[in-house]
Design a protein around this ligand. Structure first.
Ligand code: GLN
Length: 515
């Protein structure tokens, strides 16, 4: 099989046996990017020279017999919300177009320590707010299965580059579904680990109590490999869990005996596309044929997940994004232009004798903040800041924010109850397969409803994985979501691997048109 169509696990074997070199592998992916990313646009930046230089160095060390890290020369793509020292980290926002972090995120340091080759930074919705990658200030990424459709989001670039065989592994972030949903739309695997399993140090914050970094790959084995590198306690992130990390790669091939899968009654109601439902039910049958028992369960508060998420996430975002004020870092409005504008306004008001408005005219600092934020943020980010500021304002705090926190607790309690009865929960990732670019851009509420099956895991802090489980009649991938109790990533990976032993959905790749 050609290098770019191999799994990371197979590539690693080839590297270890000397069958291929990191330079060959890296070059093969770079060639594929060169050939097809003009159409797909999964990368915001490709670090061709740096990638080849580090691949060369790793090859040299291997030849010299030096011990290598866990990823020993495998290329990895990184979502552009994760800080990379000395290389731009834009969050696909005009606000951070010139931001070059002076440090690496912990996950990036871990990738480097593991001797990964960093290919570049992938496209996303601005500040990870969105479900399609259409909110990128640098233009949308396209779904490699159908270029007229969205790849999902916000980690759309990270999922699309895998589907298009432009990288074997990538990392994304998931606040309400942003790893699992694009994985589902692009026909790859994507895991949101338990809150605290992977360090968030160096992840640009969207909603700090929900954000989590996680791996995207083609198979459960590859996901295990990448998670093993990423996971672990980090003194620089006080929310990271100080618990041992299992050797995922050693256990992933062990099938789960006596597995009990829960099917959530509320997941199969209104809004779920028929073809998606059929694929999910077929996937559950596969598990039954492998010896699993299926039990219907209820998550009674899951119907409030979207409402709760869209109070808590924007509230935290409005606070986190207050730092982009033009004074600390990031974009700042053109001050010369601003001062000229202010002078002209003052002059006009004085000429009209409008004392009141003259008195209320901004002082330059306030005008600088206002213009910077008006020009630096895109429309969805502004919408979130307004929603969050409103929900946190003195008169509404109890009615919205505090209420949402209470419902969040109830959602978590539902899961605790459910996991007394079942080992894992199986269900859809998203209500539909990938839709057309532009189809939902004018309807934010319809867009938000797409997070129906994913946001609860973030609210509860538990882990979830999306794996390919079928295709629509139109040839679009469908994802199956497995959710597990906190810190049970090992169980998720083993269950995903069992499924992939019995099916071959994960092995399919789209035909990319020749440019
Ligand atoms: N689609 C959700 C949102 O727009 C989730 C985004 C995410 O997980 N970063 O907020």
């Amino acid at each position: 099989m050609s290098l770019i169509h191999s799994t990371a696990t197979d590539l690693l074997k080839g590297l270890e046996t000397g069958e291929s070199t990191s330079v060959e592998i890296t070059q093969a992916y770079l060639d594929q990017i060169e050939k097809h990313d003009g159409a797909v646009r999964s990368f915001l930046r490709v670090d061709t020279e740096a990638a080849l230089a580090s691949a060369e160095q790793i090859d040299r060390r291997r030849v010299a017999g030096e011990p290598l890290g866990r990823l020993g020369g495998l290329p990895v793509a990184v979502k552009d919300v994760i800080c990379t020292m000395g290389q731009p980290t834009t969050c696909a926002s005009k606000m951070l177009e010139d931001f070059v972090p002076p440090y690496d995120a912990t996950v990036v340091s871990r990738l480097k320590q593991a001797d990964a080759v960093l290919l570049g930074k992938t496209n996303m919705d601005e500040f990870a707010m969105g479900s399609t990658t259409e909110n990128s200030c640098l233009g949308p990424t396209r779904n490699p299965w159908d270029l007229a459709r969205v790849p999902g989001g916000s980690s759309g670039g990270a999922a699309a580059c895998l589907a298009a065989s432009m990288a074997p592994l990538s990392i994304g972030s998931d606040t309400g579904g942003s790893i699992r949903q694009p994985a589902s739309f692009c026909g790859v695997a994507g895991m949101k680990p338990t809150y605290g399993r992977v360090s968030r140090y160096g992840l640009v914050a969207f909603a700090s109590s929900l954000d989590q970094i996680g791996p995207l790959a083609h198979t459960a084995e590859d996901t295990a490999l990448l998670l093993e590198v990423l996971a672990g306690h980090d003194p620089r992130d006080s929310t990271s869990a100080n618990v041992p990390v299992p050797k995922y790669t050693e256990t992933v091939r062990e099938p789960l005996q006596d597995l009990t899968l829960g099917l959530v009654r509320e997941h199969f109601g209104e809004g779920l596309d028929g073809e998606v439902e059929v694929a999910i039910r077929e996937a559950v049958k596969v598990y039954e044929s492998l010896g699993a028992t299926v039990k219907e369960i209820s998550l009674p508060h899951s119907k409030y997940a979207i409402a709760t998420y869209y109070i808590i996430a924007p509230s935290e975002a409005s606070s986190n994004l207050a730092r982009y004020d033009g004074a600390h870092y990031g974009y700042r409005t053109d001050e010369e232009e601003m001062m000229a504008e202010l002078a002209a306004e003052r002059k006009a008001l004085a000429a009209n004798g409008d004392e009141q408005r003259l008195e209320n005219l901004d002082v330059p600092l306030v005008r600088m903040y206002r213009k910077t934020r008006a020009e630096g943020f895109g429309p969805e980010v502004k919408r979130r800041i307004m929603l969050g500021t409103y929900a946190l304002s003195a008169g509404y705090y109890d009615a919205y924010y505090l209420k949402a926190l209470k419902v969040r607790r109830l959602i978590r309690n539902d899961y605790d109850e459910a996991f007394k009865e079942v080992d894992l929960i199986a269900g859809p990732v998203a209500p539909t397969a990938a839709f057309r670019i532009g189809e939902k851009t004018d309807d934010p509420l319809a867009m938000y409803l797409g997070d129906l099956y994913t946001a609860s895991a973030n609210l509860a802090g538990i882990g979830g994985i999306s794996i390919p489980c079928g295709f629509t009649s139109g040839g679009l991938p469908i994802g199956l979501q497995l959710q597990g109790p906190a810190l049970e990533e090992e169980r998720l990976l083993r269950a995903a691997h069992m499924f992939q032993q019995a099916t071959d959905w994960h092995a399919r790749r789209p035909e990319l048109a020749n440019p």
